[in-house]
Design a protein around this ligand. Structure first.
Ligand code: HEM
Ligand code: HEM
Length: 236
């Protein structure tokens, strides 16, 4: 494996090692928090606060691994010296990345409602702006096309938005029943999307060749599912 290949597996590896175990714990504690609120006194009183603490790390973790995936897609698409738009575009993208990361940190610390809304939207906007770059491969951008619904990118953007919503609306979820209901509904959808990400992510991993194989494998016709025959080397 070359450096670019290690960079490409950083996102899936972090998803498998950190994010999915965290998802399991957050869901379990969320269910416990609900049962306890509904009157089961045998459950630990800390379920709610532990759910919230780990939920914050889950939200931030998802944004971070998505940013890693997007940066990796952009920088490994071509040698950096051949980046379309050159240095000015490179600096612009770097600024968006920096702004998105600062918004995430600000969202983590913000308490005022307006600031939480602003930073959650800014962070999501940053993810979408980086994702919109031509180097980031997407199956389809048309919701009427069945491929759109199998896209690892679009489900990733959607679940990132749902995580940012939970992180931003924490005080409301804690205090108001209506918000708690919206939170549970949103995160049932998030759980489905996380499952889909596990499937489409491993599919993509299977489809992406190692750096040294690309020049040969990209000659294949992926729609017709055929590759040109390899030129046979004659050994003396
Ligand atoms: C897969 C992700 C998640 C699921 C399935 C989930 C589910 C739940 C459930 C079932 C409850 C209990 C609702 C009730 O009492 O009726 C809850 C409460 C709550 N959740 Fe989540 N949640 C998730 C992620 C998050 C995240 C990322 C945060 C953000 C930090 C968060 C913050 C909260 C808060 C503040 C409460 C109220 C806790 C309490 O009553 O002490 N959750 N969640
Ligand atoms: C927490 C759940 C996950 C989210 C939110 C997520 C999100 C994303 C996003 C937004 C991208 C960039 C767009 C793209 O290139 O498709 C991406 C790329 C990628 N992800 Fe994930 N992902 C998740 C889990 C996984 C898992 C579990 C795997 C595999 C084990 C995986 C494998 C990949 C691969 C291989 C790419 C690069 C695809 C390419 O360049 O065509 N992801 N992911």
């Amino acid at each position: 494996m070359q450096g670019v290949d290690w960079l490409a597996i950083l996102h899936p590896a972090l998803a498998v090692v950190l994010i999915y175990p965290l998802i399991g714990m957050v869901i379990r504690l969320g269910i416990q928090a609900r049962h306890r609120r509904l009157g089961d006194r045998k459950l630990p009183a800390t379920s709610g606060s532990e759910h919230t603490d780990l939920g914050r790390w889950l939200s931030a973790g998802v944004v971070i691994i998505v940013l890693i995936a997007l940066v990796s897609a952009i920088v490994t698409h071509q040698p950096l010296s051949e980046l379309s738009g050159g240095l000015p575009r490179g600096l612009q993208l770097l600024l968006v990345l920096l702004g998105t990361s600062i918004s995430l940190v600000a969202l983590w610390h913000a308490t005022a409602k307006a600031l939480r809304l602003l930073f959650a939207l800014l962070t999501w906007l940053g993810v979408i702006s980086l994702g919109a770059q031509s180097e980031v491969w997407r199956l389809s951008d048309n919701p009427l096309d069945p491929q759109f619904w199998q896209s690892h990118y679009w489900a990733g953007v959607a679940v990132t938005g749902l995580m940012l919503f939970s992180l931003g609306a924490r005080p409301e979820i804690l205090r108001q029943l209506g918000w708690r209901r919206i939170h549970v509904a949103a995160n049932l959808l998030a759980a489905v999307l996380f499952t889909i990400q596990g499937i489409t992510g491993t599919r993509d991993l299977l489809e992406i060749p190692l750096g040294w194989q690309k020049s040969t494998l990209y000659q294949c016709d992926s729609k017709g599912m055929v590759c040109p025959p390899l030129s046979s080397k004659t050994t003396p």
